[in-house]
Design a protein around this ligand. Structure first.
Ligand code: GLN
Length: 294
């Protein structure tokens, strides 16, 4: 690169222009966040020094980040974090980046949690659901599980950094789970396999396929969890799911058929179906129906 002298403001503009050229949707926002990460300056500090010359070393680091972002690497992977429920979660290529939509799920679960309740977050990924609940609802006993060891390592690290008391379990859905819970919550992979290739490159190329893929019709994990959750829920215990916008009917019908009561679909801020929940039937009744000893 030619030796030029540019101010912080000029460098930020150049970054934005490069991202725009690469077709990045929120070019100016991303250009700013990368600037903030490199300079460690708040917006106010930046405004005060924006006409000063930016050091060569910092410029190099900045454009390194811009180049990676132009290759569609998610901003969160470059910054190493994503905020969720007001907490900062570390993210990497082995976990799904926490989405704002999932905050609705946490809010719904939070409404019914009381101290002493046992909560299981299946497919915990970054741990964002289990950790947020543990931090927001003191006195609950939270467990997060995931089939991916790498994901679980990230979740554990997030729990440690945020000082959340959560137990972590490596488990393929319920295979490694024992005991019973008052709440089971999950944001499982729910995108039909064929649709994954239509997603934006940031997601399709850099987020874990395993965290997205809901198999042929996207409902694979809901089917399995609805069928098995029953055996791990206390009487009156609740099951909560995040779902895709077009899965409300399919998931709620399956829950009703499986004997859940008060099955509800809750919409997100965009007015789309986002959360399904229901209450497990009486445990003794359920066991009787299955012909087991009570
Ligand atoms: N539970 C995590 C989240 O909500 C991960 C979900 C997933 O991997 N499908 O972000």
């Amino acid at each position: 690169m030619k030796e030029t002298k540019e101010t912080y403001r000029e460098v930020c503009r150049m970054g934005e222009a490069l991202l725009k050229e690469a077709g990045i949707r929120d070019a100016s926002v991303d250009a700013w966040y990368l600037m903030e990460a490199v300079t460690q300056k708040s917006r106010a500090e930046f405004l005060l020094c924006r006409e000063e010359e930016m050091q060569k070393k910092k410029k190099k680091r900045y454009f390194g980040g811009i180049e990676k972002r132009a290759e569609r690497i998610p901003l969160q992977h470059l910054l190493g974090e994503q905020e969720f429920m007001g907490f900062s979660f570390q993210v990497n290529g082995s976990v799904l980046i926490p989405r704002q939509d999932t905050e609705i799920l946490v809010e719904e679960v939070r409404k019914i949690l009381r101290p002493g309740m046992r909560v299981l977050d299946l497919c915990t990924g970054s741990g964002c659901i289990a950790i947020s609940l543990a931090l927001l609802c003191p006195g609950i006993e939270a467990t997060g599980s995931d089939v991916s060891r790498e994901a679980l390592e990230t979740a554990r690290e997030n729990g440690r950094r945020l000082k959340a008391e959560v137990s972590w379990l490596e488990s393929d859905l319920f295979s490694g789970i024992s005991g019973s819970y008052d709440v089971i919550v999950s944001n499982p992979p729910y995108i039909p396999t064929a649709q994954i290739q239509t997603l934006e490159q940031e997601v399709r190329l850099y987020e874990p396929f395993q965290a997205l893929d809901g198999k042929e019709d996207g409902l694979y994990f809901y089917r399995k969890i609805i069928k098995q959750a029953d055996a791990f829920l206390n009487t009156g215990g609740r099951l909560f799911f995040e779902i895709g916008w077009d899965q409300g009917k399919a998931v709620s019908e399956r829950m009703r058929t499986a004997g859940y009561r008060e099955v509800q679909v809750k919409k997100d801020l965009a007015g789309l179906d986002r959360v399904v929940s229901g209450i497990a039937g009486d445990r003794k009744e359920r066991e009787k129906q299955e012909g087991l000893d009570v």
